[in-house]
Design a protein around this ligand. Structure first.
Ligand code: UDX
Ligand code: UDX
Length: 425
């Protein structure tokens, strides 16, 4: 099938490359001309394992191109995906300006029946009020001139392509069978169960899933904080807990709190929506509060052990997840902020995320390797569980001046680095 994808970010590009792997022809639209040029040259604008190779493969087969020409892309497509960002405002509310703009642009260029699919995460009701509303405002008739679906994404950064190609489930929300069937056909050949729902239900499934995962992590963190006081290893506890099929072992890794572009944004948006409707979502509120505290914990822990003013502190890991260069809502941000507020001199290293972090904190000391960052450091904090850090042993830390090592993710091998102190283990 011919597919147009508006917004070539993490989600749009993973969707584009993933569908091209299944033989569909894809046109990626983006407002960023450099991104378009990079994609067409086979350069992946984001770091995701396997993505650049797959991108090159799709381009080589003539199945994928990026273009600023929305009109031509729409004309040659059966299905149009919208995957522009839906960020959070200062007050935690979902901001719909990009989706509003994208759907207005599509509406003004639509020629003949096409299925519009919202992939962006939007609150229940938004697909119908904003996207359908904008299409109808140009005189297009629903069901005759366009079909409408909501097809949420469940992609973890660092595993985005793998999650796209091997999903646990595919959710297709539609209010007319014809449009839903078109999207279902696109996923022919995927070996995952397909759940057909209404549009609002599909929108809510995304928020409920992310809220549940964020709650699960927060629960593990709370258990970890108590376990640490009791001298119990929360990882062993969660291994035992996760063996219960009703719970399952995933997303129970305690640590320095969840980050990333989705969990905080989506839980905040749902919390606000609940309040708007007259319901106080106490659980969601607690999840966000506990998580915000958790992200500051490593600095408190370090402060309790040493003076920070004038000290050189190494922070290893800046990305919010390993295998990504994305630093949005990363625990490293709170950590570095806290260290600077206490007057520390901060030296950092990350295998992939240094350029993105430098935009937020241009004045830190950026090192070329973990070993270089550790040299003469009074203490070290590990904020991302990159594989590269798992291999570190006491020799690698021997250049440090002090001997405090705090890890926010279970990363180091305690048999090789005995004096490591976990954030909640
Ligand atoms: C996505 C979703 O769409 C969001 O709703 C979901 O909750 C998280 O994942 P993501 O892919 O992470 O967002 O966004 P990002 O990586 O920031 O990329 C967005 C892309 O859209 C960028 O390339 C940007 O240039 C482009 N864009 C943005 C447009 O093409 N048009 C716009 O109007 C705005
Ligand atoms: C998330 C969802 O998992 C995905 O389905 C989609 O909806 C987008 O949002 P993402 O934020 O990219 O994906 O990555 P994820 O792997 O979920 O990690 C998010 C954060 O949670 C990271 O900071 C990670 O370190 C943390 N995490 C994850 C934990 O602290 N413990 C865990 O057990 C798992």
């Amino acid at each position: 099938m011919n597919v147009c994808i508006v917004g070539a970010g993490y989600v749009g590009l993973s969707t584009a490359v993933g569908f091209a792997e299944h033989g569909h022809r894809i046109a990626c639209i983006d407002i960023d001309q450099k991104r378009i040029n990079d994609i067409n040259s086979g350069i992946c604008p984001i770091f995701e394992p396997g993505m650049e190779e797959a991108l090159k493969r799709s381009i080589g087969k003539g199945l994928l191109k990026a273009t600023p020409d929305l009109k031509a892309a729409i004309a040659s497509s059966d299905v149009i995906f919208i995957s522009v960002p839906t960020p959070c405002d200062e007050n935690g509310k979902m901001n719909t300006r990009f989706i509003d703009r994208a759907s207005k642009d599509i509406a003004s260029l639509l020629d003949g029946y096409k299925v519009i699919v919202v992939k962006s995460t939007v609150l229940p009701g938004a697909t119908e009020t904003i996207v359908k509303g904008n299409l109808e405002a140009t005189g297009k008739i629903y069901g005759r001139d366009f079909g409408l679906c909501m097809n949420p994404e469940f992609l973890r950064e660092g595993h985005a392509l793998e999650d796209f190609l091997k999903p646990d489930r595919i959710v297709i929300g539609s209010s007319d069978k014809k449009a839903g069937d078109v999207v279902e056909k696109l996923y022919n050949g995927f070996s995952a169960p397909i759940l057909r729902t209404g549009i609002k239900t599909a929108e809510m499934i995304k928020y409920a899933s992310n809220s549940f995962l964020a709650t699960k992590i927060t629960f593990a963190n709370e258990m970890g904080n108590i376990c640490k006081l009791l001298g119990i290893d929360v990882y062993k506890v969660m291994e035992g807990v996760g063996m219960d099929r009703r719970i399952n072992p995933h997303f129970l890794r305690a640590g320095c709190g969840f980050g990333g572009s989705c969990f905080v944004k989506d839980v905040s948006a749902l919390l606000n929506k609940g309040r708007e409707l007259g319901h106080e979502p106490r659980l969601l509120d607690a999840v966000l509060k506990v998580n915000a505290e958790q992200r500051k914990r490593m600095v408190h822990q370090l402060k309790a052990r040493t003076e920070l003013k004038g000290r050189r502190i190494a922070v290893l890991g800046l990305a919010f997840n390993p295998d990504t260069d994305d630093v949005r809502e990363s625990a490293a941000i709170d950590t570095v902020q806290g260290l600077l507020e206490h007057g520390a001199s901060v030296v950092v290293y990350d295998p992939k995320a240094m350029d993105n972090f430098r935009r937020l904190f241009p004045n830190l000391i950026y090192s070329e390797s973990a070993k270089e960052a550790l040299k003469d450091a009074d203490a070290c904090i590990i904020a991302t569980d990159w594989d590269e850090f798992r291999k570190l042993d006491s020799k690698d830390f021997s250049g440090m001046k002090g001997n405090i090592i705090i890890e926010g993710r279970r990363t180091l091998d305690k048999s090789k680095v005995p004096h490591v102190d976990g954030v909640c283990w």
